[in-house]
Write a protein that binds this ligand. Structure first.
Ligand code: SF4
Length: 298
């Protein structure tokens, strides 16, 4: 298989566009789409102070390198935040990757641990079940709190196209369509809420992984041991099977998702984020999910 643009051997065939690409044309294609998404959705502006949620997995490491590359075209500050949930035999490896890659690029890194902040690691909470729900809620809380303390005005997350599509289905299946508005961009930014951006939202997971591999980034490729317990895992499998049969499905779902959110934003006053009555952190409800979960684990 040869590249559609030159005589070199192809490293990937993009079934959704019928193109085969060699490594240099793949890099060009991948980076161009990334920069286009940042521009189109006005994710980063001059003089922003951007914090990246750096787990050390492939998505966040690729995002780190691409944002660092973007700094050459656009002046903005970049720093990294890593949340260590305390997942034995998994997080240690990704932590190493986060430390090594941020050091390589000279990007300051702040590590925050569940154990220090919540007095318990995720492994210790796991006996209660719903591990991913606890993990997600506490991680989002710590990311937002740390971003605020570090005075960043945007928090960049490594969600790729596949994550976006899975989130769409999860919100529909859980009958929480309004969450989609908050997920894409809340109608109002409450006090203390750091705006989240997802510059990899148009990049398929497979291409993110290939980019990391071809660039020889140090990346934690292992799956979290709790991942298969999540409903997300089920959708991931289903969506990948559909994509394999009907190429381009993921891009079409993302477009539909953004169109639906746009209509909802125009017609609803919902999607607002308030401040929790107990801890004053941003929350969709009177008492935030973290405070309710803390009661459960204490
Ligand atoms: Fe946390 Fe679940 Fe993701 Fe593991 S798979 S890091 S437990 S949200």
């Amino acid at each position: 298989m040869f590249c559609s643009f030159c005589e070199k051997k192809a490293v990937i065939k993009l079934h959704y566009s019928s193109l085969s690409l060699c490594s240099s044309h793949f890099f060009r294609h991948f980076e161009k789409r990334f920069f286009r998404a940042v521009r189109k959705f006005k994710m980063i502006e001059k003089n922003d102070r951007v914090g990246i949620a750096l787990s050390g997995g492939k998505d966040s490491i690729v995002l780190l390198h691409l944002l660092h590359k973007l700094q050459k075209k656009l002046p903005f500050e970049l720093l990294a935040i890593t949340i260590d949930e305390g997942i034995a035999h998994y997080r240690e490896k990704t932590l190493e990757a986060a430390k090594e890659e941020s050091k390589k690029l000279n990007i300051p890194l702040k590590i925050v641990r569940f154990k220090d902040e919540l007095k318990k690691s995720l492994d210790e909470i796991s006996a209660k079940g719903r591990v991913c729900s606890f993990c997600g809620v506490f991680r989002r809380y710590l990311l937002n709190k740390t971003a605020r303390e570090l005075e960043v005005n945007k928090l960049a997350l490594g969600h790729n196209l596949d994550d976006m599509v899975q989130t769409f289905f999860l919100n529909i299946v859980r009958n929480e369509p309004l969450r989609l508005v908050r997920f894409v961009d809340p109608l109002e930014q409450p006090q203390g809420f750091v705006r989240r951006i997802r510059p990899l939202m148009t990049s398929p997971e497979k291409e993110v992984a290939l980019y990391a591999l071809l660039k020889n980034f140090k990346v934690g490729f292992a799956e979290c041991p709790y991942a298969h317990q999540a409903l997300r895992w089920h959708f991931r499998k289903q969506i990948n099977e559909t994509e394999a049969k009907y190429a381009g499905t993921k891009f079409k779902i993302l477009k539909s998702m953004l169109a639906i959110v746009e209509i909802m934003r125009k017609s609803l006053k919902e999607g607002k984020i308030l401040n929790c009555e107990r801890c004053n952190e941003p929350s969709a409800e009177r008492i935030c999910m973290r405070c309710r979960m803390l009661e459960e684990v204490e």
